[in-house]
Write a protein that binds this ligand. Structure first.
Ligand SMILES: NC(=O)c1ccc[n+]([C@@H]2O[C@H](COP(=O)([O-])OP(=O)(O)OC[C@H]3O[C@@H](n4cnc5c(N)ncnc54)[C@H](OP(=O)(O)O)[C@@H]3O)[C@@H](O)[C@H]2O)c1
Length: 259
């Protein structure tokens, strides 16, 4: 399916990696409804094509292009081709993610490897794919989806949390230099969102929201100037307070989470 090509300079264009499901899918549909042209990307072309076909009124605004974020060349090609087809992308959302909880008796280097490749190196690859073009234009923004789980170590999330902490640290490290180029680098830190990813959790998730609510939060702040888009707000603040606790108090709390 092809997007209506336009030379209108006011046209907003987004590329969302990790858009076939969950938060990325909801965000893509939300932006398309607002008139953005949205390139939806993930590994599964068929799943992306289904989204494009789902609602005929949105079909002209969506372009489905498969790419695996662990493959920097594939991602670069997808991004370059998308720009050649529809014009300059002003907003790149690096949202592809993977998760599995891990207890100590399941400690497995293969899980660390898998989650680091998608969650952390996938974000690295996305920045590598888009930054040269955005930098040349001196415009555009890159939003990387991390997680409040990246703030501090949480039980059962050693592999996932470490991959998201790496994303946050990388983005913080790059931001001052990126700022000087005219490009904006920002992070999205969701709390719990009901998706196939969190369906793996066997505990009650506090302040759980829907992907559509997550898309609302992101859309509201998509043109904001804050480095971080965090939601739901109360949960975000709670996790920020936990981040400030000394170890003795922090571990007293996280020990109780083991149940
Ligand atoms: N749900 C939550 O509570 C929550 C909380 C904090 C942060 N997050 C983060 O938010 C993001 C979206 O999560 P979600 O809950 O919406 O998950 P989801 O429903 O499982 O969606 C994940 C998306 O990533 C894509 N993906 C996975 N591996 C990929 C790869 N190697 N290359 C390209 N695309 C890939 C998947 O598509 P394909 O399978 O088609 O490739 C899918 O579109 C993730 O980064 C996640 O870590 C989620």
């Amino acid at each position: 399916m092809a997007i209506n090509s336009t030379s209108n300079d006011q046209q907003r264009r987004a590329f969302i990696a990790g858009a076939s499901a969950g938060i990325g899918r909801a965000l893509a549909l939300r932006l398309a409804r607002l008139g953005w042209q949205v390139v939806i990307s993930s590994r599964r072309q068929a799943a992306l094509d289904e989204i494009v076909a789902e609602d005929a009124s949105l079909t002209p605004y969506l372009l489905a292009r498969a790419a695996d974020v662990t493959d920097v060349d594939a991602l670069r090609t997808a991004f370059d081709n998308a720009e050649a087809e529809i014009g300059a992308i002003d907003t790149l959302v690096l949202n592809a993610g993977d998760y599995d909880p891990m207890r100590l008796d399941e400690f497995d280097p293969a899980l660390f490897d898998r989650l680091m490749r998608v969650n952390f190196l996938g974000a690295v690859n996305g920045i590598a794919a888009a930054m040269p073009r955005m930098r040349e234009r001196g415009a555009g923004q890159i939003l990387v989806t991390a997680s409040v789980a990246g703030y501090r170590g949480l039980p059962q999330a050693a592999a996932y949390g470490a991959s998201k902490a790496a994303v946050l640290n990388m983005a913080e490290a790059l931001k001052p230099e990126v700022d000087a180029t005219g490009v904006r680098l920002r992070v999205i830190n969701p709390g719990f969102v009901r998706t196939q990813l969190t369906a793996k959790n066997d505990f009650t998730m506090p302040q759980l929201i829907t992907p559509e609510q997550a898309a609302d939060y992101i859309t509201r702040e998509i043109d904001g100037s804050h480095f971080e888009i965090v939601f739901p707000k109360r949960f975000g603040w709670t996790l920020k307070l936990l981040r400030m606790l000394p170890y003795r108090l922090y571990f007293a709390i996280t020990r109780r989470m083991l149940g």
